[in-house]
Design a protein around this ligand. Sequence first.
Ligand SMILES: O=C(CO)[C@H](O)[C@H](O)COP(=O)(O)O
Length: 227
Amino acid sequence: MLTQTELKQNVADAAVEYILPLLRPDVVLGVGTGSTVDLFIDALAPYKNRLRGAVSSSERSTARLEAQGIQVFDLNQVQGMPVYVDGADEIDHGLNMIKGGGGALTREKIVASVADQFLCIVDESKLVQCLGGFPLPVEVIPMAREAVARRLARLGGKPVLRAGFVTDNACQILDVAGLAIARPTELESVINGIPGVVSCGLFAHAGADVVLISTQDGVRRLDKNSS
Ligand SMILES: O=C(CO)[C@H](O)[C@H](O)COP(=O)(O)O
C-alpha cells in the first residue's frame, strides 16, 4: 500500500515525464505551490539546464526553486509559458478545482492564466464527484473581511478566518465550508464579484487542461476534452 507521500512522489515524477518534451533553453515553466509541487520541483532539478527557468506562484515555491538552482523570473519579464504545473485540494471530472489550501490561490490563478495549459497533479484522494467537501479558500483584503464574510454566509457558506495566516499579497483567507457547488463557474463569478474579494479558490472558468492522478495502481491521466 503506497503512502500519500509516495503517491505524490509518483505523480511528481510523472509530471516531469510529461513536460520533458516541452523543455527548451528558452522555456519558462509556471510552477504552483504545495507539497506535491515541492516534490515536482525536486524531480525537475536534474533537468534544470534544459530550461530557462520558472515563474513561481508563491514565496514558498520561489525558495524551493532557487534552492534547486532553477532561476525564478518575475511574471512581468515573461511573455508566456507552455505549461503551468500545480496541485489541487479537490478536482472533479470536469477538471474544475478547489485550490488555495496553501493560501497561494491568487498568484496561482494569475500565473496559470498566462500558460498555454494547466497540468494538475494530484493523488486519488483529491478526485471528487462534486466540489465542496474541502472548505473553499477566499482571499480578502483585510478591511473588507467581515463584510465579505457576511456575503459568503448569505450564499450558504460558513466562513472561518484562517487564523494567523497572511498571504504573499498581505491579505487574509476565509475558508468557507458548507457551500453547495453545483455550478462552479457561476459561483466563481459571484464570489469574485464581491467587493473586497481578491480571488476565490474555485478554478472553473479556467480549470485544468490535463490532470495526472496518482493511484495505488499507477498514474492515470484525464484530459479536459475527454473527461
Ligand atoms: O492550492 C494549493 C496551494 O494554494 C495547492 O495546490 C493545494 O493546496 C494542494 O496542496 P498539496 O499538494 O500540498 O496537497
